[in-house]
Design a protein around this ligand. Sequence first.
Ligand code: GLC
Ligand code: CA
Length: 589
Amino acid sequence: MIKATICLGLLISYYSVNSEIISKGLNSTYVPDWWQTSIIYQVYVRSFKDSNGDGIGDLIGLTQKTDYFKNLGVGAIWLSPIFQSPQLDFGYDISNYKEIDKSYGSLADFDRLLIEFHKAGIKVILDFVPNHTSDEHEWFIKSVKKIAPFTDFYVWKDPVIKDGERHPPNNWLSVFNSGSAWEWNEERQQYYLHQFLVKQPDLNYRCPTVVEDIKNTLSFWLGRGVDGFRFDATNYLFEREDLLDEPKSGKPDYEDTDYDSLNHIHTLDQPETYDMVRVWREYLEKYAEIKQEPFTKFIMVECYSPFDKTMMYYGTPSAPAAHFPFNFQFIGKFNHQSNAHDLRDVVVSWIRNMPEGMWPNWVLGNHDNSRIASRLDPMLVDGLHMIQLLLPGTAVTYYADELGVEDTYVRWDQTIDTAGLNVGPRRYEKFSRDPARSPFPWDDSINAGFSNGSKVWLPINPRYWRDNMMAQTKFKSHLKTYKQLARLRQSPTFVRGDLHVYAFSKWVFGFSRSYYDHPTYFVIINLGSEMETINLLNARNTLPDILKVKISSINSGYVTGNLLHSEYITMRPKTALVLTTSRINEDNY
Ligand code: GLC
Ligand code: CA
């Protein structure tokens, strides 16, 4: 394990009104690990590529696309859940942790996938769901019957009897169900906790056998060769043992049965949860050591938690937990109203608040949220990718965001996400996650080249005839911008260089990266609706008079190679540029 310190966020100084140094870059002795320099690409397997015409993406289909990732410049893929599941929450309800779901293929298909991706130099990360299983899991079936050692595998509690009537043990609410997080089980005559669907009972991490069995399943997949895990819904692992009621959140626009109507101080981010992540990290490190694995086994965790609590999932330098918790600030804190100062805060706050020696990451989207092109202006996609791929840190990309794909409208009668179904036709649009999960548009052929079947599991985006991967190889496109950025990201300036940020005006944000005598790069993005003219010499008077356009957003009016005066850079609304001090392609990226 590399234990050198990274000098991110250590030095703060100002050399002009609106410019700050945020990071000095890497120590010269520090060797960044694979998960730090890589782009991690989230594949929603169900929607990526269908090989057998049943309208559902699968492992064979995904394996056929290995070259796509290689050309894109992706270092690791994270597969949304592929284990055996009744698919009530599309794999986040697991009925067997050691089997591949039939709709995705077999263990043999998985082994082949791993071989092919590893051959291409691409790591494979699995989505792992530790908080709950499906109620169809053998563990739960046996737990209901109190068969040892499964009796306490789940969170079982007696009812509260008031006026001769049975009530749940407390007021806790479930995320998806609009109502209690407790479900009565007739057979066992007790309630069980399900923070998500009724069919997703929470495991009881206070039961040591659960902890052991989860470790065993991790070893099972490590043994097959996986490179790491994305731990799902990690902040839900433990709940307060004394079952105190949760207070009201006071958030407007929520009904009393809505999850967000309560403040989840007793069911999220409990102290034992951080310890558990640390235990997994140690377990993976031990595993790698004993098996003399050539590469680090990696952990990233999902938690939509308050900022300070999120940071605690990093652990500390002497007791590290996750390699990182996802940075969801671009999802939670950045929107149509955001200006350059807001963007600066998003960038700077993460880097400055990480515990010492930790590594940042940048997430623009995932399968639980509206797509980046729909949440923000589709024209900003290139600029946001510049930020995501060129800041220090790991970039996590949701499939098809590299094409700037937008959400697909899904009617009520087509809705299949239970988070939408459970709230009914009046409110489903606010909760359903179907629109962000539509099949990957490969080309303009039938079903966008995703499937040759007669039916697909979710509607294809109707803009696929124009907005598809193949088309984007033929003209200046989001895909081409993304590929250029993925390549440039590998250059020494971006792997190791320092970071300065600038707010040029209310709407124009920028940052620069420098590394010794390598070219310096400037990234500038105009979030506003007006044309802006920027003077870079004001921000940094040591710059040359002329800068070269290295990469430009599709709407910018510039092309690679254009020469611009540093004092006078005009930017159309919602455009972005990567500029370099080098007139020639010194870095060869
Ligand atoms: C996570 C997943 C989400 C899932 C939930 C329950 O938030 O990302 O898709 O529904 O956990 O497992
Ligand atoms: Ca299929």
